[in-house]
Design a protein around this ligand. Structure first.
Ligand SMILES: Nc1ncnc2c1ncn2[C@@H]1O[C@H](COP(=O)(O)OP(=O)(O)OP(=O)(O)O)[C@@H](O)[C@H]1O
Length: 674
């Protein structure tokens, strides 16, 4: 048999277009040819199972052969093969008509297509000047055939001497596509695209693909170690994942996958997805931002679906109904998994909360359905201390659970913590502090008597330590809202729970923290002024800041020395306006001048100040040394209080250090002259 013919296409000639390449990634031709080979092997199994083929199937395999001298690359399979009629039909007609269709659809359009998927057999002409097919069908008596085409619409079909069932596609590579005769390049391509295909792919006799796709297994057949091993395989040299979710559904769409929660690092770009998209175990892309809900983008792993349209533009993908449904399904499954962990092991949940919480909060802010799903499992670190450690207790109405958890916010803590992850969910075992966690509901319930519907929170444990301590001492519970997302999350909570008000610990002091009785005592019989009034005057004069609001109060304490002599307060509304305008202007928030200086009249230092200044009045001197000292100390007390809030600029720092030295000199002068 020898037949010559013209491939029946309607366009004048599509080969130049294919060659010029519609796609920048020529390399996908290999993915297409290997996918066809896998299909041919699966089809043989199917006809055998259907009883239409009784011959030996043998060990399915795909062989890749490189001939550097002839500059050829061939892909062989022992699948179903093709008869001459099938070559004419499937190659000459089907393959090229789909090529034509594809080219028409995308010619001249600069569309970003997610997968360039299913380009099929004709994609081999992106890299080859001539393509040969040598094939023998499984059908009894069908002669082997040889097809060749040199890149013109002409083809030649003739007999072949092939005696083993299957197909070999040989590509005569173009001059500028010689990279595909390099073993390393082929290995890399197989690893990228075909690693998880269920048939061994051999290069020079060596199997170069992994074959097993764990996401296609049932979750019951996989151990923790299997999941971890797969993660390490996908993301080598990375920290262990915290938690994973196995996706597996057949209806209303087909979707399999494993998604992992990684430990969040400040250097990770959360807008860039790291999840790999597969279609029938063939790698498509590691950019599936259109499919994964935005708040889950930092997750890692694999999703595999034949229901995601791959040869459409990215924007079309975003509006595709099935894709939207898949995204919803993914967030629901992730929510379910978190709820399950919360219910079954609250202790484990708390351990991963620092990172997982960011996803949960971000998801609550962005996705109404997800918010509803997880609203009862949002937890907060609290100053509340439970008398007994209640590990793994059920979630209902339990007091805050104490666990060993890492300190700080992953996004602020750039230093990687030294850790030895365990084998389980990858939860970090190191534990610098003991912390308690609570839900908002539990918090409100617990504090109903003391401060109904009021939440005290702290955004920076270090700078707000004095304020937190003050609250703690008086039995007021404070929540730590110190991750980068919490500023938004607080406003969100206030919208969600409109009767709940929150105030940062340094915004004002609760009445219960103040000792009203002590402040009104008259200390100057000549003027009838109370200590409070005198102190206020003293500070007003010394600081000379008209915008500063000076308040004098006695802080309640058994040990006044242990309380701060003064505190800077910034009313909640003022701080929020400041933060908001800084956000809009993309600047860091300035500390407003009209803040409050609360001077603690109960503190011995402040009381000494009164005596010091009164001494100077009695002496009747305009600016006596003691009045000067009282003045300096007022400024110093203010600076110390301010320092806890915001830190100084260069000038502020300079005068603070200078004054510190002056005050210390005065003190040592007195000590030495005494
Ligand atoms: N290795 C092979 N063994 C047997 N038949 C093959 C082989 N390669 C291609 N074919 C036949 O040629 C047809 C066309 O292949 P082509 O790759 O162009 O499209 P496809 O595989 O049907 O679909 P897709 O566009 O998704 O790849 C196939 O459907 C199949 O019948």
């Amino acid at each position: 048999m020898r037949e010559q013919g013209t491939i029946s296409i309607h366009t004048e000639n599509i080969f130049p277009i294919i060659k010029k390449s519609l796609y920048s990634d020529h390399e996908v031709f290999l993915r297409e040819l290997i996918s066809n080979a896998v299909d041919a092997i699966q089809k043989l199994k199917m006809v055998s199972r259907a009883g239409e083929y009784s011959g030996e199937i043998g060990e399915p395999e795909i062989q890749i052969a490189i001939d550097k001298d002839r500059k050829t690359l061939s892909i062989s399979d022992n699948g179903i093969g093709m008869t001459a009629e099938e070559v004419k039909k499937y190659i000459n007609q089907v393959a090229f008509s789909s090529a034509e269709e594809f080219i028409h659809k995308y010619e001249g359009k600069d569309q970003q297509i997610i997968g360039h998927f299913g380009l099929g057999f004709y994609s081999s002409f992106m890299v080859a000047q001539k393509v040969e097919i040598d094939t023998l069908s499984y059908q009894a008596g069908a002669p082997a055939v040889h097809w060749s085409c040199d890149g013109s619409p002409e083809f030649i079909l003739e007999d072949s001497s092939r005696s083993d069932r299957g197909t070999t596609i040989t590509l005569h590579l173009m001059e500028d596509e010689q990279e595909y005769v390099e073993d390393a390049r082929i290995k890399q391509l197989v690893k990228t695209y075909c690693d998880f295909l269920p048939v061994p792919i051999k290069l020079n006799g060596e199997v170069i693909n992994q074959q097993k796709a764990p996401w296609r297994e049932s979750a019951n057949n996989l151990t923790k170690e299997d999941y971890l091993e797969f993660y390490r395989y996908l993301y080598p040299f990375q920290e262990e994942p915290l938690l994973w979710v196995h996706l597996n559904t057949d209806y209303p769409f087909i979707l399999n996958g494993i998604l992992y929660f990684p430990k969040l690092r400040p250097d990770v770009d959360v807008t860039q997805g790291q999840i790999k998209l597969f279609c029938n175990q063939v790698f498509v892309s590691d950019h599936c931002e259109e499919i994964i809900p935005r708040f889950l983008l930092p997750m890692r792993g694999v999703i595999d679906s034949t229901d995601i349209p791959l040869n459409v533009s990215r924007s079309a993908l975003q509006t595709d109904r099935t894709v939207r449904k898949i995204a919803d399904y993914i967030s629901r499954k992730v929510g379910d998994r978190l709820k399950e962990l919360y219910r079954d092991s609250r202790e484990e949940y708390i351990k991963v909360w620092q990172d997982v919480g960011t996803f949960v909060k971000f998801g609550s802010l962005n996705d109404e359905k997800f918010k509803k799903q997880v609203e009862d499992i949002v937890i907060y670190r609290t100053t509340y201390e439970t008398p007994v450690v209640a590990a793994s207790s059920p979630a209902t109405e339990t007091p805050a659970v104490q666990v060993q958890a890492e300190e700080g916010d992953a996004w602020q803590d750039v230093q990687p913590a030294e850790s030895t992850p365990d084998s389980g969910t990858g939860v970090q075992e190191n534990a610098p502090t003991t912390s308690s966690y609570t839900t908002l509901k539990e918090y409100l319930e617990r504090n109903k008597e003391r401060h109904e519907n009021r939440v005290y929170y702290c955004t920076d444990e270090v700078t707000q330590a004095t304020y937190v301590e003050l609250h703690k001492k008086q039995g007021l519970e404070v929540l730590f809202m110190d991750s980068f997302i919490d500023t938004h999350f607080i406003s969100f909570l206030e919208r969600e729970y409109s009767d709940v008000k929150s105030s940062r610990v340094d915004s004002d002091l609760d009445q219960t923290l103040l000792d009203k009785d002590k402040a009104g005592e008259i200390v100057d019989p000549t003027t009838n002024k109370t200590r409070s009034e005198l102190i206020k005057e003293l500070f007003e004069k010394a600081l000379n800041k008209p915008k500063l609001n000076i308040r004098t109060e006695a802080l309640k304490s058994d040990d006044p020395q242990g309380t701060p002599p003064a505190m800077v307060l910034l009313p909640e509304y003022l701080r929020r306006i400041q933060e908001m305008s800084a956000f809009v202007q993309q600047q860091t928030a300035q500390f407003p001048d009209d803040h409050i200086l609360l001077v603690n009249t109960a503190h011995p230092l402040i009381q000494n100040l009164v005596s010091l200044s009164q001494g100077s009045i009695i002496q009747g001197e305009g600016q006596s040394p003691s009045a000067e000292l009282a003045n300096s100390i007022c400024q110093h007390v203010y600076d110390l209080a301010l320092m806890a809030q915001k830190g100084f600029n260069a000038e502020g720092m300079k005068s603070f250090v200078e004054r510190s030295n002056q005050v210390l000199t005065r003190l040592t002068d007195r000590a030495t002259s005494a």
